[in-house]
Write a protein that binds this ligand. Structure first.
Ligand SMILES: Nc1nc2c(ncn2[C@@H]2O[C@H](COP(=O)(O)OP(=O)(O)OP(=O)(O)O)[C@@H](O)[C@H]2O)c(=O)[nH]1
Ligand SMILES: [Mg+2]
Length: 562
């Protein structure tokens, strides 16, 4: 776990204050000279607690989480995760401050790199900010971010030759031990870049896989992540072991081996391909088995005709917070990317008392590794099988349109574009009027809410209620000619499927809302109800209290009889 054994740079580092000053100086100097195509947006690292605040876009400060705290049943898990982050020293073991400094728990200090084509600097920066948030979520500390403007990445070293040399200097200056590229690197690019910068090089996909492997809790989630990691590693087997052992000094396979190498770590990497294939096949079988159990559960829900609403959206948009706000479910809320990996399903009701299920789901992210989409397909089925998608968007994010597009792409990948979608802009407490107008222009039918303040939640619930399909019952009726009011009522409500006029009255085959069953009951023939089916809720009137509704229906025939 301790890296002082292997890494001589640690010993050579100045005291942290000096180090900060040096980095501040360098960043400022670079900012002034605005060296050609390299942008450095990263500020100097500060002490861990404040380091997180007000920077990487996906992360906000944690000061206001108290309302989550009250309802969150998973504080323990949260504490456990927090303890993984920013562990600076083993202060209980050693008294001497300087020694403590040197005996850092292995925690990566990373430098980020990205390449963007001319004209998309903003995109490049947003993406790099997000990569910073991802790295921090994985437990690393981000020292610097470099962007190079190039029409396309260098096929050999990703960054151009010259920039790669500059990167090597920065890595040496900052004492970084890992470089993270904002892309999916080809295995050969990674090796070539490692040879230049002399430290471990990983890519965005490896970071995301690492977060998933740290956060996976359920058996199914763990199996899915391992499968995704193995399929990512397979084409990268050659050369990986060699560069890893160079970096980690031969330490392999432990949780301390760092980002990109946890989970099925380096010991597994050394397995030959065939054994990896065997393992993958086994995982696939296991996942398929677990999927059957999940399907059964869902089928049971289906039989009860409880409509399903899935909360989908970009990672960190506030999906779990919304679920908590709506159902007081106690779902883990974290100012972290991919806090949620297992779908949580809760039962709740519309304001007029119709039950539906509400599922929290895994967040999406740009360039979500396709191995993960593949592996999480069964979890994503919670989305695919939903009757309504509540698509949560972080209103305060710099690029909400990009997030919406990314989420819709993934929704498309799992063949779910046909599901009615409600766009919900969350974190309304953080935006000003102009932003709201712009967002309304982007998505005119959207709802604005704040899971934090509760603003807009009632409107959201009404809108969901309008979209939740109504379970309907098909009935056969013989209505005496004296009760033409019933026949016209059914016609008005649009539920008549067939109608014929016989000697004993009007024979009707009709679909009725369960609330109307009492009304038609006296005229039903054939006993048992025909199978129920769902259809879109076109007739539902959300403002009607249940009592009023029943009254109205009972009154209607009587009144019109006379
Ligand atoms: N200001 C503000 N912050 C919010 C609001 N809703 C959620 N947050 C914060 O946003 C962060 C992410 O919230 P989560 O509910 O974990 O987001 P998520 O979409 O479930 O994220 P993943 O599970 O990681 O995909 C947390 O720090 C929340 O406290 C809101 O309405 N206003
Ligand atoms: Mg969540």
């Amino acid at each position: 776990m301790l890296n002082d054994v292997n890494d001589s740079r640690d010993h050579a580092r100045p005291e942290s204050d000096d180090r900060n000053d040096a980095i501040v100086d360098r960043v400022l100097a670079r900012g002034e000279s605005e060296r050609d195509s390299t942008t450095v947006f990263r500020q100097a690292p500060q002490p861990p607690s404040s380091f997180r605040q007000g920077r990487a876009e996906a992360l906000q400060d944690d000061r206001h989480t108290s309302y989550d705290e009250q309802v969150d049943g998973l504080q323990l898990e949260r504490e456990e995760r927090r303890s993984l982050q920013f562990v600076e020293s083993l202060s209980t073991e050693l008294e001497d401050v300087t020694e403590v400094e040197n005996r850092q728990v292995r925690l990566e200090n990373v430098v980020l790199i990205g390449v963007y084509p001319a004209g998309s600097q903003q995109d490049g920066e947003t993406s790099l900010q997000e990569l910073a948030a991802l790295c921090e979520t994985a437990g690393a500390r981000v020292l610097e971010g470099l962007l190079q403007r190039r029409p396309y990445p260098d096929p050999a070293t990703y960054l151009g030759r010259g920039k790669a040399g500059e990167l090597a200097e920065i890595v040496a200056e900052t004492g970084a031990d890992t470089v993270v590229a904002d892309t999916e690197l080809a295995p050969s690019q990674r090796r070539a870049l490692e040879d230049v910068v002399k430290v471990k090089v990983i890519d965005r996909t490896a970071v995301i896989l690492d977060i998933f492997s740290q956060h996976a809790k359920s058996r199914e989630g763990k199996a899915q992540v391992e499968l995704a990691q193995l399929s990512y590693l397979l084409p990268r087997l050659r050369g990986w072991g060699e560069s890893m052992s160079r970096q980690a000094g031969g330490q392999v396979g432990s949780a301390g081996a760092g980002m990109g190498s946890r989970g099925p770590g380096e010991t597994k990497i050394e397995l030959d391909r065939r054994r990896i294939h065997t393992r993958m096949a086994k995982l696939r079988r296991e996942i398929a088995g677990m999927k059957t159990a999940r399907d059964t559960k869902r089928a049971r829900r289906d039989r009860n005709l409880v409509p399903a609403v899935a909360i989908a959206g970009y990672t960190n948009a506030g999906k779990s917070s919304l679920l908590n706000r709506i159902t007081r479910a106690g779902v883990l809320v974290e100012n972290q990317l991919f806090a949620t990996l297992d779908a949580t399903v809760r039962r709740t009701e519309t304001p007029d008392g119709r039950p539906y299920t509400l599922a929290d789901t895994v967040g999406f992210v740009r360039n979500l590794p396709h191995q993960l989409v593949e592996a999480f397909r069964s979890t994503l089925e919670e989305v695919a099988d939903a009757d309504v998608l509540v698509h949560v968007v972080d209103a305060a994010h710099p690029d909400p349109a990009g997030q919406i597009q990314t989420v819709r792409e993934v929704i498309g990948e799992i063949d779910s574009r046909h599901i009615p979608e409600l766009i919900v802009f969350n974190k309304a407490d953080l935006i000003d009027g102009d932003t709201e107008i712009a967002l309304r222009g982007l998505e005119p039918n959207s709802v604005f809410v704040s899971a934090r303040t509760g603003e807009g939640i009632e409107e959201l619930l009404d809108r969901i209620a309008q979209m939740v399909p109504v379970a309907e019952v098909e009935v056969d009726l013989v209505v005496p000619y004296s009760r033409g009011d019933i026949v016209s009522f059914l016609h008005d409500e649009g539920g008549v499927l067939s109608e014929s006029h016989e000697a004993d009255g009007t024979h009707l085959h009709a679909r009725v809302h369960p609330d109307q069953l009492g009304l038609v009951e006296p005229f039903r023939v054939g006993g048992a109800a025909a199978p129920e089916r769902r259809r879109p809720n076109v007739r539902h009137k959300p403002n009607l209290e249940p009592e009023t509704k029943v009254e109205r229906k009972l009154e209607l025939p009587r009144r019109e009889q006379n």
